[in-house]
Design a protein around this ligand. Structure first.
Ligand code: CP
Length: 321
């Protein structure tokens, strides 16, 4: 695997899920694979789960790990080409990337959307530069538009908790006080479309996700109708994707509190499990009693981040040797 960005990069999902089960049964089985190999993790944005689970995954595989927080201790990086660098940015990403590639075997990158310029974000300008100039396999740890390690962990979790062969999985928008990117819902939709589930997406009008991720998934604007019969509720906020109105890209169109997932919402479902990628703002996305309920699987979902990252790194290492 030369890069891990989209669901197509992982190949057959049934095979990837089988590998996830194998890793979960013995997460140190491939300790020799990563001997004398180095993972460089580059963070342009904050993280708790991705940082810890990906580092743990690399350690499971016997790798060395270097973590670089670009905003803490590194030169401030210019990402645009063609600018006169007479401001506070001392180094250009186009030199920094190949230099980083000199010190590692695999690069993992976290770089969120700026939410100002849809074309720039959806072209995945930063991560594409890493793919083009690092000379190394590149793993997305959440980019401008995708978060595949999260979506893979979500799929592993759904497989573990499903009680019916083809569960109804509902991705629901929920309100938030800050404008958030669309990476998590984009990847969740993309991966669920590729999996054997009945995916329904619900959100207020104007929050339509990019069809390149949602494909033919059903969109239901009535949240109650969407929740009816659901086996999994996946809550997430996202800002306007700018699909119907490009000028609204990155904006908060509503903070309607009736979309917050509470016990009343969960009572519409078929005893659904509650999921969220975390971090989550209680009282906005979900109420305390729902996230603390026995149906909440947010912690096992987060635990599976180690498993998804181990499978992806293992695949990349297998192609290095
Ligand atoms: N879900 C997730 O990616 O969490 P972090 O932002 O803490 O890494």
């Amino acid at each position: 695997m030369k890069s891990f960005i989209n669901v197509s990069d992982i190949g057959l999902l049934s095979q990837a899920l089988a590998e996830a089960r194998e890793i979960k049964n013995d997460r140190y089985k491939y300790q020799e694979l990563g001997r004398n190999k180095t993972l460089l993790m580059i963070f342009f944005n904050n993280s708790l789960r991705t940082r810890l689970s990906t580092q743990k995954a690399a350690m499971n595989l016997g790798m060395n790990v270097i973590v670089l927080d670009v905003n803490q201790g590194a030169w401030k990086l210019e990402t645009e080409r063609g600018v006169i660098m007479n401001g506070d940015k001392s180094e250009h990403l186009l030199e920094a990337i190949p230099v980083m590639g000199c010190y590692c075997d695999i690069i993992a990158v976290r770089s969120f959307a700026g939410l100002k310029d849809r074309d720039y974000d959806y072209a995945e300008t930063v991560v594409q530069q890493f793919i083009q100039y690092s000379g190394r396999p590149v793993m997305a740890m959440e980019t401008a538009t995708v978060h595949p390690l999260q979506a893979f962990a979500d799929l592993i979790t759904i497989e573990e908790y499903k009680t019916t062969a083809r569960p109804k999985v509902v991705l629901t928008w929920a309100p938030h006080c800050r404008a958030l990117p669309q990476a998590v819902p984009n990847s969740f939709a993309e991966w669920m479309n590729a999996a054997d589930v009945d995916l329904v997406i619900t959100h207020p009008k104007g929050y339509e996700l990019d069809p390149k991720f949602t494909g033919g998934a059903r969109v239901e604007y009535d949240q109650k109708k969407a929740f009816e019969g659901a086996h999994f509720i996946y809550a997430k906020n996202w800002s306007c994707p700018g699909v119907t109105n490009p000028e609204d890209y990155g904006k908060i169109l509503t903070d309607d509190p009736t979309w917050t997932v509470d016990t009343g919402h969960m009572s519409w479902t078929d005893n659904a499990r509650f999921m969220h990628c975390l971090p989550v703002r209680r009282g906005l996305i979900v109420t305390d009693d729902v996230i603390e309920s026995p149906n909440s699987i947010v912690i096992p979902e987060a635990a599976n981040r180690e498993i998804s990252a181990t499978v992806v790194l293992k695949r990349m290492l297998e192609e290095l040797v």
